[in-house]
Design a protein around this ligand. Structure first.
Ligand code: ZN
Length: 206
């Protein structure tokens, strides 16, 4: 079956600022939601990205897809991968996801968003989160995540609540991607903060 790629909405589109609507458990197995999930999966892989929320493709629903592939990690050094706690995450679906618990500690790294193409910024996120969500079969699941996966979950759950990373970013670090590649890639967050004259985002507590 041909699965269309959807247009990714960019910042300024009001749908990215609305709280998305919950999907009843029984509805998550419906044909329209299954079709939406398939289109989101193809759009995320095509773009490519490691996560996508339904509002980003024009549907104000609390549906998220996540997948971090081994091949995406090849762009990074082993040190960068280890520092970020990044590991391959198989494709999965979260319906009505919410953070129900989190660590007090935070960690700050550059992150980007498909809806803010061409830019990145340092964002401080909780180091671990516990998330509850339905899967695509309407079953309640609890996820305990750390490392980069915890960051992806926080970023995507923000999307279904109308929040973008630019709401939390260290604004002095906001960087065009080509300048990121030129000046900041490979530097630790502490080095970036020192160079930009910013204090390191608080990592020890909230
Ligand atoms: Zn995003």
């Amino acid at each position: 079956m041909f699965t269309p790629i959807l247009r990714v909405r960019e910042t300024g589109d009001p749908i990215l600022r609305q709280k998305a609507v919950e999907v009843p458990a029984a509805e998550s197995r419906s044909r329209p939601i299954q079709d939406l999930i398939a289109m989101m999966r193809e759009t995320m892989r095509y773009t490519p990205g490691v996560g996508l929320a339904a509002p980003q493709v024009g549907f104000p629903l609390q549906v998220v897809v996540i997948e971090d592939k081994e091949e995406y990690l090849r762009r990074y050094t082993l040190e960068e991968i280890k520092e970020r706690g990044r590991k391959p995450i198989p494709f999965h679906v979260l319906v009505n996801p919410r953070v129900v618990a989190h660590a007090e500690s935070r960690v700050a790294f550059f992150e980007g968003c498909l809806s803010i193409p061409g830019f990145q910024a340092v964002v401080s996120r909780y180091t671990t989160v516990r998330v509850e969500a339905l899967n695509e079969f309407g079953q309640l699941r609890t996820i305990d995540a750390d490392g980069w996966y915890a960051r992806i979950l926080q970023h995507e759950i923000d999307h279904v609540n109308g929040v973008l990373y630019i709401d939390h970013m260290e604004s002095r670090s906001f960087t065009a991607s080509q300048e990121f590649e030129r000046y900041w890639k490979g530097k630790s967050t502490a080095e970036v903060c020192a160079a930009l004259g910013m204090s390191l985002p608080r990592e020890g507590g909230t």
